[in-house]
Design a protein around this ligand. Sequence first.
Ligand SMILES: NC(=O)c1ccc[n+]([C@@H]2O[C@H](COP(=O)([O-])OP(=O)(O)OC[C@H]3O[C@@H](n4cnc5c(N)ncnc54)[C@H](OP(=O)(O)O)[C@@H]3O)[C@@H](O)[C@H]2O)c1
Length: 271
Amino acid sequence: MNSQSISFIGGGNMAQSLITGLVEAGHDAGHLTASDPIAAQRKAIGGLGATAVEDNQHAITGANVVVLAVKPQVLGAVLKKLAFEPDQLIISICAGVPIASIAGWTSEEQPIVRCMPNIPALLRAGITALHANPQTDPKQREIAEQVLAAVGQTIWVDAEATLDAVTAISGSGPAYFFYLMEAMVRAGEALGLEPEVASQLTIETAYGAARMARETSTSPATLRVNVTSPGGTTERALKVLDEYHTDQHIVDAIKQAAQRAHELAIEFGQS
Ligand SMILES: NC(=O)c1ccc[n+]([C@@H]2O[C@H](COP(=O)([O-])OP(=O)(O)OC[C@H]3O[C@@H](n4cnc5c(N)ncnc54)[C@H](OP(=O)(O)O)[C@@H]3O)[C@@H](O)[C@H]2O)c1
C-alpha cells in the first residue's frame, strides 16, 4: 500500500486531511499528488510533503489510485475532461454522486469505490462507509479501505443505496450532536452558569459519554438506564423528553435526511 501512487483531484480540506493521515501512517509522501486550481491550496499540499499540480490530467497520469475530492456539483464537468487508465482505481469521496454517474463520465469498466466520510475526518476521527462496484478487485478494495482508514474508522456496505442512510446517520450526524450541545449550553446559561462554564461542561460531557459508548460493550440504552436513578434528576429530565416524543422526532428527522440524500444523488448524478 505504501508504494501505491495516489493522486487527488481537488486539494481542499478532505484531500489535505487524507494526505496528512496517509503520511502519518507511513505512506511515502513522494507517492502522493494533488491537483487544485488555487495556488494557496497547492502551497498547503506542498507543505504536507506531497506534490501539488494545477493540471488534473497531469496529476492522474501514471497514478495507481485517483481520489475524487472536488465538490459534488463540479465532478461531472471535471471528469468529462479526463482520460483514465483502465486499471486505475477511482475512490470518490464526493457526497451523493452515484457510481453509475462516475462510470458514465469515465468508463463502464473502471474500478470505482464510492465513500461517505464525515466531518470529524478533518481531525482523523471520522467514520467512512465504502461501497465498491464489481469491477473492483479485492486488492483494490483493501487499498480503498486503507486510504480512508487514514482519517478514521471504515465500514463496508453491500448496497450502494445504503449510503443514503449512512449520510443521514454519520454524514449529517455531527450536526445532531452539535444541536443537542447548543441546547444544553443554553439550558446551562438559563440556570445561571457562565457561558464558558456551560460550554465546557457540555462538551466534556458529550466527549465522555461518546467514549463510554465506544469503549464499553454496553449498549447506549443500557448505559442510559444505568445512570437513571429512580426518583432522581436524570429521570425527571428524560420524562420530559419522553412526553414530547423526542426520540420519535429524531427518527423522523433522520428519515428526512436520508430522503434528501436520495434526492441529491439524483441531482448530482445528472450534472
Ligand atoms: N468535508 C467533509 O467533512 C466531507 C464529508 C463527506 C464528504 N465530503 C466530500 O469531499 C469532497 C471535498 O470536500 P472538501 O470539504 O474537501 O471541499 P473543499 O475544501 O472545497 O475542497 C475541494 C477543492 O477542489 C478544488 N477544485 C474545484 N474545482 C476543481 C477542479 N476543476 N479541479 C481540481 N480541483 C478543483 C476546490 O477549489 P475551489 O475552492 O476554487 O472550488 C477546492 O480547493 C466533497 O465532494 C464533499 O462532498 C466532505
